[in-house]
Design a protein around this ligand. Structure first.
Ligand code: AMP
Length: 206
């Protein structure tokens, strides 16, 4: 069970990946989260994330390889935020071939730009446990995490300017990646304005 969830910023990849991973009892692997963790001790990566630039294909693929070799990935995983370039799609194919594994499905999430802006500029994350909140999932008490009581803050790379750059970067790279998977018969498109729980049924469709 190897699912790739792809789509521009704020198409709800994280939320849907989490729901799908939980339903299938496999890990949710988000390369953005992996990089934010590395950024705490790496100045160069931290600056790139702040500017909304992509991290090099080699660095991110190396990190991903280490992650996919872990025991908890043996039944599968939901990949969120990778591949972001055509080169990464090729590297992932090589990596999975090396590990003797195959992609089950690539799900492309789409939302109107207006909704993407609204979602991203209003989303907040718990500083303690990482839980995400947004227009679709507000906390019960403003700026307080429902789960652990931690303080909620916006991501420092969530600005209008950075978001425009990320949407453009996504579009520049997405076409070739989507064509690559369409030709392999692995691609399906999902309306990400709908209820996120529907991702579980979509994943089961042929
Ligand atoms: P995300 O949380 O998926 O929106 O990713 C946040 C940031 O991490 C992106 O704007 C990129 O700078 C970086 N990033 C995440 N995944 C990748 C990837 N597969 N390749 C290169 N950079 C990435």
């Amino acid at each position: 069970m190897i699912y790739i969830l792809t789509g521009g910023p704020a198409t709800g990849k994280g939320t849907r990946s989490e729901i799908l991973a939980r339903a299938l009892n496999i890990p949710h692997i988000a390369t953005g989260d992996m990089l934010r963790a590395v950024a705490t001790e790496n100045e160069e990566i931290r600056e790139k994330l702040q500017r909304g630039e992509l991290i090099s294909d080699e660095i991110i693929t190396g990190l991903l390889e280490e992650r996919l070799k872990k025991e908890d990935c043996k039944d599968g995983f939901v990949l969120d935020g990778y591949p972001r370039t055509y080169k990464q799609a090729e590297l992932l194919d090589e990596l999975l071939a090396k590990l003797g594994r195959e992609i089950t499905k690539v799900m492309e999430l789409t939302v109107p730009d207006e909704l993407a802006f609204k979602r991203i500029l209003e989303r907040k994350k718990c500083e303690e446990c990482g839980e995400m909140y947004g227009i679709d999932f507000p906390p019960k008490v403003e700026d307080v995490c429902d789960k652990c009581g931690g303080h909620l803050s916006v991501r420092t790379d969530d600005t209008r300017e950075t978001l425009s750059r990320r949407i453009n970067t996504y579009r520049e790279n997405a076409k070739a990646i989507l064509d690559f998977y369409r030709e392999k018969g692995l691609l399906m498109t999902v309306d990400a304005s709908a209820n996120p729980e529907t991702v579980v049924d979509d994943a089961k469709l042929n």
